[in-house]
Design a protein around this ligand. Structure first.
Ligand SMILES: [Zn+2]
Length: 113
């Protein structure tokens, strides 16, 4: 379960940002995660619930949105999005691909007061 380490690392940033913005309380954290990260939403949520304990985010809601995997074929420059698995260009069957997006692990926004 790599979600716990992930969430713990992100929490350091979240608390730092909250501190810089003088938030007394965090009410919501919006995450954006690329499909390449292979996150299990239930695990991520569990890690979030565990990590927020005894912090100013203890009552914060979690919002998780996924970014699809977008690839670009190095042979024909075709750009395409895949859900899972098949890392192959649908146009020319090339497997030499460049990752355009899908590897993100972002804190999109933090809400609080
Ligand atoms: Zn191609």
């Amino acid at each position: 379960m790599h979600e716990l380490a992930m969430v713990q690392n992100m929490f350091r940033i979240i608390l730092e940002v909250a501190d810089q913005n003088q938030l007394q309380k965090i009410t919501r954290v919006n995450f954006e995660v690329g499909k390449m990260q292979q996150i299990v939403p239930e695990y991520f949520e569990f890690a979030f619930e565990a990590t927020k304990e005894n912090t100013i985010a203890s009552e914060a809601q979690l919002s998780l949105s996924f970014i699809p995997i977008t690839l670009k074929c190095k042979a024909c420059n075709h750009e395409f999005t895949i859900a899972d698995g098949a890392f192959i260009c649908p146009k020319c069957q090339e497997t030499d691909l460049e990752l355009i997006s899908g590897n993100e692990l972002l804190i999109k926004s933090i809400e609080g007061d």
